[in-house]
Design a protein around this ligand. Sequence first.
Ligand SMILES: [Zn+2]
Length: 419
Amino acid sequence: MKIHFLGGVREVGGSCIAIETNYGKVALDYGIKVGEKTANQFPRDFDAVIISHAHLDHSGNLLDLSRTNSVLVGSRMTRDVTTDLLRDMVKIQRMNGNHFPYNNHDADNVKKSWWIRDSIALPGMLIRLYPAGHVAGARMIGIQTEGKEILYTGDFCLHDTEILKGSKLETLPKEPEALIVESTYGGTIRPRRSELVDQLLERILCTIERKGNVLIPAFAFHRSQEMAKRIDQAMEDGVLPKYHVYTISKLAHKITGYFNSQKQLFTKNIQKENEPFNYRHVRQLRRTEQIKEPAIVICTSGFGHAGASLHLLNEWAADENNSVIINSGYLPPESPLKVAKEKGELIMNGTKVPVRAEVEQIELSGHADQVELIQLVETLRPKSTFLIHGELEQAQALSKEISGITEVHIPETRETIFM
Ligand SMILES: [Zn+2]
């Protein structure tokens, strides 16, 4: 058997791994490098392409397969959200006047070729999917072939979050021949999640006390719903006083519908509610003009470089009573949020404007940190471990910690391993 590391190694972005046997060939993820103009060219001759979750760095290249007969496999949530994100990608490319060879019809073809499965048998190969935490519908991928077992984690998280169950170690295959594991936070130990949530609510409370506005840029998928639910629950529990709270994003509102109809993906507490993502204190708006200030607004884009979040950043940044809470760990260089945070300024219509609002980054991540990554390796005891989806320093730091338990490799792009 051969494992081809086609993308998403020694970096985050463009994830794709091919497993090739005498009987056939499958791909695990088919992603793009978000924000980069030229897409990766991956082979198209797969018997099946298994998608771990609906983040574009794992699924964004699928339009490239939309005119082939490829079979796509993954969860229902991953299918639904991926299709919407691909349509959104088509829309943005058109709006920016870029030449883009795909249209909505191609995005719909992706949906049509999707098999919603938790396991699938191919000639000489058995594939099983396991809940991965991380985001709604995310799966790890296990492959049994040639008498060997391989586990690909995709992005994962072991601890429960406010809405999602973490991946359960006891359900995963023990002593696999190979573990292919993300290492985004391979060298990082993060504070406990509850501390970060307290910090977030504290920031919001301080802003409410001075009657300011809170801007929370968030991704349309998962982060937006998680943030809205968290604030909604805090108001219900009396942790936060009543205040205007809004979400603004057509795409996020559509995805919220999927969250309501697939509530079995979430924690027991969420499942007890009838429509858990129909919030009691958070209203969905279509336009920023509908906001009644002072308010807390959760909106796209998550990086603050477009849409309602850019508009509100420009409008609210100069007032010291307001605050901006960034919950993404990564910000593209030169993005308005990054410049606002690091240099305390914004460029509006070509002129520099000082940022007086409080800008704080509180990263509520859905990735395993070093502690959880070690826990995974210690529990599963793989023969070989391949570290991918992480900057080299992060992978190396993790490698040091686990090399006593397993043989560790940090593959290079396009490297092929024979097993
Ligand atoms: Zn992800």
